[in-house]
Design a protein around this ligand. Structure first.
Ligand SMILES: CC(C)(COP(=O)(O)OP(=O)(O)OC[C@H]1O[C@@H](n2cnc3c(N)ncnc32)[C@H](O)[C@@H]1OP(=O)(O)O)[C@@H](O)C(=O)NCCC(=O)NCCS
Length: 277
């Protein structure tokens, strides 16, 4: 999409775009392509995730161009937001089940057929949610987050976005991952296919991930995010504080731990009820 990309980059670099009709036209085309999943904030090419920074620039352009407006039906709750990011309207042809009860998906988010959205949940702009994924109650899919096929985002799982606080790379959750209840995955963390995050696991750029099986410690680097390997089963753990003036206080710090790699027992434990789909 080189011409759309260069137009977005040009408007993003301009000091003043507010009220510029050409910029709005370009943005609306961009948002339409995002909503259809034709462009993405990050894409896997030959096994490597490539982040397209211009997509985030396009989203920020939408916020700059947007004007506050009243949205939604005249029900008991009224909504005021930037007119560039209204809520998405689904049709039966989209084949996405949105169960009634306080959920919202912004335009500019791609949601594939077969996705189930349990209320309340929120999918932000630029997010890409692939086929067969379950977004359970109180789950958040942050801006530009890339969620693979058949992922289970369990109740209250929080997938951070790239807009606030500003991060360069989106969180990526690959195919067939289970994100357990109350997990938090933030700051560009990459969770490889079929990994399982046990309930309550928190992953950020600053959390080292201890692998008990391989005897390795995974960390984010200056150029790369924290990566959870394929099939890893991660649970919330703790490690003793060994340095600093308070080293003798018997404190421990939270740390995620890989306790095993996925096996039949794990699969049985997280099996999903097909009839609910
Ligand atoms: C991670 C999980 C899937 C268990 O996987 P499993 O493959 O069955 O794990 P196992 O029972 O073989 O446990 C392996 C080891 O990790 C420990 N462990 C397992 N789950 C743990 C957890 N959540 N926290 C801490 N330790 C845990 C076990 O005690 C065991 O250690 P041990 O061998 O020293 O006793 C499960 O704990 C979990 O969190 N499931 C998600 C629940 C959830 O959020 N569901 C939402 C649906 S809405």
């Amino acid at each position: 999409m080189p011409s759309l990309q260069s137009a977005i980059e040009r408007f993003a670099s301009l000091g003043e775009v507010e009220g510029n009709p050409e910029a709005r036209k370009v943005f609306l085309e961009f948002r339409d392509q995002l909503t259809q999943g034709k462009i993405r904030a990050a894409e896997k090419i030959n096994g490597k995730w490539k982040v397209d920074i211009w997509v985030k620039q396009g989203i920020l352009l939408g916020f700059r161009l947007g004007e506050l407006s009243k949205m939604g039906d005249d029900g008991c709750l009224s909504f005021i937001d930037k007119d560039t990011f209204p809520a998405r309207r689904f049709t039966v042809d989209d084949h996405v089940r949105v169960v009634p009860g306080g959920s919202s998906v912004r335009l500019g988010a791609y949601v594939a057929p077969g996705v189930i959205c349990m209320p309340p949940m929120f999918i932000n702009v630029g997010a890409y949610v692939d086929e067969g994924t379950m977004v359970d109650s109180h789950a958040l899919v942050g801006s530009c987050a890339q969620i693979g096929k058949r992922v289970h985002l369990s109740a209250a799982a929080q997938i951070g976005g790239v807009l606030e606080p500003v991060n360069a790379a989106p969180v990526i959750i690959e195919d067939d991952v289970l994100v357990g209840g109350h997990c938090g995955v933030f700051e560009g963390t990459l969770v490889r296919a079929r990994a399982v995050l046990g309930a309550g696991t928190i992953l950020t750029r600053s959390t080292p991930l201890f692998d008990l099986v391989r005897g390795h410690v995974y960390k984010a680097t200056a150029d790369g995010p924290l990566e959870v390997p394929e099939n890893a089963v991660v649970v919330p753990g703790s490690r003793a504080v060994q340095k600093g003036k308070g080293a003798g206080w018997n404190l421990s710090l939270y740390t995620p731990v890989i306790v095993k790699y996925r096996d039949e027992k794990t699969d049985r434990g997280i099996e999903l009820e097909d009839w609910l789909r």
